[in-house]
Design a binder for this molecule. Structure first.
Ligand code: ZN
Length: 203
């Protein structure tokens, strides 16, 4: 199982980090060891002093596919959840400056807390979904999937040119603006619409 993450998929987030708006999807991978086991706290890694939250809609692939045409992409998933793409922003900045890969900053153990998954019939329109993240009860990030530069179907079509998608693979679809630091003892809650689907503490 692999986790594919899309970068800079919301214009206002690309801008807040001073990045150009991409012409095609940017992606990177996290290993399965990045998934935060249910009920575990997120343990603040010792190698960084600037862990940022990035709340994202996560898509679960339910069908084997390669070179998927965009018009058929909707047949390859039927469940979504919400997750956090934890990022060691200080390490990522060093990687960027040195032209190095991002994995040290993005793919570490526990860097991918993910909610349970819910079938699409729970939602009116997957391309018009509100989602958000709170720290200690205060909203820090709120986005809507209609603001994605590349929607879920076009992401699936794009990444399946490079990778065979397998049942159970997950796609983090990018984060809206408002990323920022988390601290030890914070309580993190993530929502799709007004339903809290993911909750954990930072230790
Ligand atoms: Zn992200």
């Amino acid at each position: 199982m692999k986790i594919i993450c899309i970068g800079r998929n919301y214009v206002n987030h690309a801008k807040e980090l001073g990045n150009a708006v991409p012409k095609e999807p940017i992606f990177f991978l996290k290993p399965d060891t990045a998934i935060l086991p249910k009920k575990n706290p997120f343990v603040y890694p010792s190698f960084t002093k600037d862990v940022h939250h990035e709340v994202e809609i996560v898509v679960r692939i339910n069908r084997l596919g390669k070179h998927i045409e965009e018009k058929f992409a909707h047949k390859y998933y039927n469940e979504i959840g919400v997750g956090v793409d934890f990022t060691a922003r200080d390490i990522q900045q060093q990687c960027k400056e040195n032209g190095m890969p991002w994995e040290k900053a993005k793919a570490f153990d526990g860097s991918a807390p993910i909610s349970p998954f819910y079938t699409l019939d729970n939602y009116k329109d997957v391309n018009n979904l509100n989602f958000s993240l709170q720290i200690n009860g205060e909203t820090q990030q709120a986005g809507n999937t209609k603001d994605m530069l590349f929607n879920i179907d076009s992401i699936i079509a794009y990444v399946s040119q490079f990778f065979t998608l397998k049942i159970g693979d997950l796609i983090f679809t990018g984060t809206p603006e408002g990323v920022g630091p988390v601290n030890i003892n914070d309580k993190i809650d993530c929502f799709i619409e007004d339903k809290k689907l993911l909750s954990f503490n930072v230790k």
